[in-house]
Design a binder for this molecule. Structure first.
Ligand SMILES: *Cc1c(COP(=O)(O)O)cnc(C)c1O
Length: 391
């Protein structure tokens, strides 16, 4: 028998912590992460009402995962601990020089109650690529996935159970890495912290899958050759916010960016990749040139396209091809994709040169969307081995 004193997380909370193992006198959650359980876990009734209407990124689970890195000791201190504010020195370099990267990935509850995630090895690899570009230390795939597993195991009651196929609820996971050394000189930080936080979410765009309107930015660029466009870093998002504001001022939901050199080639939205469907059944997306973020959803759709009888094509697409193609009927659908919003059809393109209305229907987008969600929620066979069980 182990004395209850060694299992503080079981005292008085009536909470069960799934796979808590016992190493010496320290409670250890899965994957070798030590566990400091929350002293005030969310009450069941409060959690139930949050899960009923979670919105997107408004509520966070009771815990977070943390791993620290120092130049001297490497990655260490793997821990799941209560969710809460970080203590950061005001001189921490992330606050001044934006040495920061992040990821976005979801955990899906299947009908039998098990919890799965989708192609996490792709996110882990991209996180390493982003780390290299931002001169941050690389985190191993094992630690990346281990942190996600440890957190989701601990907070598994926070993974929503979709009431129907139409309800796309999931637990959104946000791994991120920040430069935390207190030092105002300009060089890569010698102290870095990695965290994973989790937020129960419903569909990204409120009101179901209705087409969004896109503003074509002519004043701003998202990425340029040699820049950070292919890295998932907060700085790219900070730089896109004013363009997004401009989009909103023109009554649009999202902003699309052209390439920085020729101001001609379609790149992507602020946080989603773009696809074009042609009337002869091609599924076309801009080729990766180093200024486009390599989306996991993008890659998955290029694979699924073939199974849906479409011909995937990665190549440059000009803004003229978009305009003329929609006008002539050559392009039948345009849609955006990403983990958060899955697939979102585009209803119109607005720019300083006027508005182009897209045809209604968006049947290919709807078909691909259903195919992807069916795999993610375990309603269709995972023939590509894309799912990893978390809890
Ligand atoms: C995250 C992101 C995407 C979508 O990537 P997914 O892996 O499909 O979620 C697309 N563009 C940008 C700029 C992004 O940050």
């Amino acid at each position: 028998m182990v004395s209850p004193a060694f299992f503080p997380e079981t005292i008085g909370t009536g909470h069960r912590h799934g796979e808590t193992r016992f190493f010496g006198e320290r409670p250890v959650s899965t994957q070798g992460f030590s566990l400091e359980p929350s002293a005030k876990p969310t009450a069941e009734s409060v959690l139930a009402s949050i899960l009923e209407n979670p919105g997107f990124g408004r509520y966070f689970t009771d815990h977070m995962a943390h791993i620290r890195w120092t130049e001297a000791d490497g990655w260490h201190g793997h821990q799941v601990r209560p969710y809460g504010p970080l203590t950061l020195d005001p001189a921490a370099s992330v606050l001044h020089y934006a040495q920061e990267i992040f990821e976005g990935i979801k955990a899906y509850r299947h009908a039998d109650g098990s919890v799965w995630t989708f192609r996490p090895e792709k996110n882990a690899a991209r996180f390493r690529t982003s780390a290299r570009r931002l001169a941050l230390p690389e985190l191993s795939d094992e630690d990346f996935l281990g942190a996600i597993k440890a957190l989701v195991t601990q907070d598994r009651t926070w993974v929503p159970t979709p009431a129907s196929e139409a309800e796309e609820s999931s637990l959104y996971l946000r791994p991120f890495m920040i430069a935390s050394e207190a030092f105002l000189g300009v060089r890569p930080s010698k102290e870095v912290d990695f965290y994973v936080i989790a937020s129960p979410v419903a569909a990204y765009f409120k009101g179901g899958v209705k087409p969004v309107s896109i503003w074509l930015s002519s004043n701003y660029k998202r990425a340029s050759p040699g820049g950070t466009g292919a890295a998932k870093c907060g700085g790219n998002y900070a730089a896109s916010l004013l363009a997004q504001k401009e989009a909103a001022e023109h009554g649009c939901d999202q902003v699309a960016f052209l390439d920085a050199v020729e101001n001609t080639w379609i790149e992507e939205l602020g946080g989603m990749n773009l696809f074009f469907v042609t009337k002869d059944g091609r599924l076309v997306t801009p080729r990766l040139t180093g200024t486009i973020l390599e989306g996991v959803t993008r890659d998955s759709l290029l694979t699924l396209a073939k199974e849906e009888g479409l011909t995937p094509e990665e190549r440059p697409i000009s803004i003229d091809e978009w305009r003329d193609g929609v006008a002539s009927g050559e392009i039948t659908e345009v849609f955006a994709c990403g983990t958060a919003a899955v697939i979102t059809p585009i209803g119109k393109l607005v720019s300083e040169n006027g508005t182009i209305e897209h045809p209604e229907g968006n049947q290919v987008a709807a078909r691909l969307r259903k195919r992807l969600l069916d795999i993610q929620y375990g309603r269709a066979e995972d023939t590509h081995g894309w799912l990893t069980r978390l809890a």
